[in-house]
Design a protein around this ligand. Structure first.
Ligand SMILES: [Ca+2]
Ligand SMILES: [Ca+2]
Length: 337
């Protein structure tokens, strides 16, 4: 305003030459323009700061809501442990938490039984290895990587037939070595020789990475996993078992093994069970423009005590994968055969 006033004063002087009046006019216009640019920049910066602060607050709130969902899931599993000593898909924990409105968004969540999947860390057992071969074949994944997975997990560095120890990995760029211990997470599969990203994306829906002695829960196992338990199990038999267990969940493994579907198949009871200790919680929180997914692996001790084994702060891709995982068509035995 001061410069504008100055211009106004000088321009009104009848004695000023025409050229000077022109320079004064341009100077004044420039000053006004610069002031406008600075003002706009400051407002933009302020808006950006406000938005950033809002996002940070929303994210912190979303984390707090997701941890609340984790607490709820643990309490639900502890309650369940008091009810019975077997676990099935009609129990309260197995029902999805529908989107619940919260201030400025919503939260949803669900628990999945990780023992309803094939435990990759049990693959050193010959019976389990054969089951994994059949499972891979049923989802069009080449099972050639299994000896390499066994070498990855076993403690020694002796190469088994078609396996892969350090020498297969140290020449890679970047080089690394075989873990010679259990998988800490299913994503570690991607480091094992012979496992492609496509293989991993297909397997991820059916496998877990749990302590080696965690049995498969026959009450929650997917249709494909049940079919892979022994050779030549007919798809209609698997569908009948799944319908049967929905009405009357198995309370003992003996009852499952004695089903006529397995007559003459020499189905081993090894690594089979009717209860579960490991569960995966997926909690989705949408708050304002922020969205957030928490995946937690929960371990339930026999008396019901809950331990959080792993937390993963998810990405949209993981949410898409999980939605895909829930697609009933994926468990249709005829889909890929
Ligand atoms: Ca139960
Ligand atoms: Ca090894």
């Amino acid at each position: 305003m001061k410069f504008a006033a100055c211009y106004s004063y000088r321009a009104s002087q009848p004695g000023l030459p025409h050229r000077e009046r022109g320079v004064a006019l341009i100077t004044a216009v420039l000053v006004v323009a610069i002031a406008a640019i600075i003002g706009t920049s400051m407002m933009s910066r302020q808006n950006f700061d406000t938005q950033r602060t809002t996002n940070i607050i929303h994210r912190d709130q979303a984390v707090a809501y997701a941890l609340g969902a984790e607490h709820w899931a643990g309490a639900e599993l502890s309650r369940d442990a008091l009810n019975n000593d077997y676990d099935h898909l009609a129990e309260n924990w197995a029902y999805e938490l529908p989107p619940l409105p919260i201030d400025g968004g919503y939260i949803s969540g669900r628990l999945q039984d990780l023992q309803g999947r094939f435990n990759l860390n049990s693959v050193l057992d010959p019976i389990q290895a054969e089951r994994l071969v059949r499972l891979c074949q049923s989802i069009n994944v080449e099972p050639d990587f299994i000896p390499a997975l066994q070498d990855w997990i076993d403690e020694d560095t002796e190469l088994r037939d078609n396996g892969a120890e350090d020498e297969s990995y140290t020449l890679l760029d970047p080089p690394y070595r075989a873990a010679n211990r259990h998988l800490a997470d299913t994503s570690e599969l991607l480091l094992v020789r012979g496992v492609s990203v496509e293989d991993y994306n297909s397997l991820i829906f059916f496998v877990s990475a749990l302590p080696e002695n965690s049995p498969i829960n026959v009450n929650t196992a997917s249709a494909r996993l049940i079919q892979s338990l022994a050779p030549d199990i007919a798809a209609p038999d698997v569908e009948r078992i799944i319908a049967l267990r929905a009405d009357s969940p198995y309370q003992k493994v003996d009852t499952f093994v004695e089903d006529r579907a397995f007559a003459g198949k020499e189905l081993s009871e090894s690594f089979l069970g009717v209860s579960s200790s490991y569960f995966l919680l997926t909690a989705d929180v949408v708050l304002g423009d922020a969205s957030f997914t928490l995946q937690s692996v929960l371990r339930r001790a026999p008396e019901g005590r809950i331990t959080v084994m792993q937390r993963r702060f998810g990405s949209p891709r993981e949410r898409i994968l999980t939605q895909y995982e829930n697609n009933p068509e994926l468990t249709n035995l005829n889909e890929r055969s």
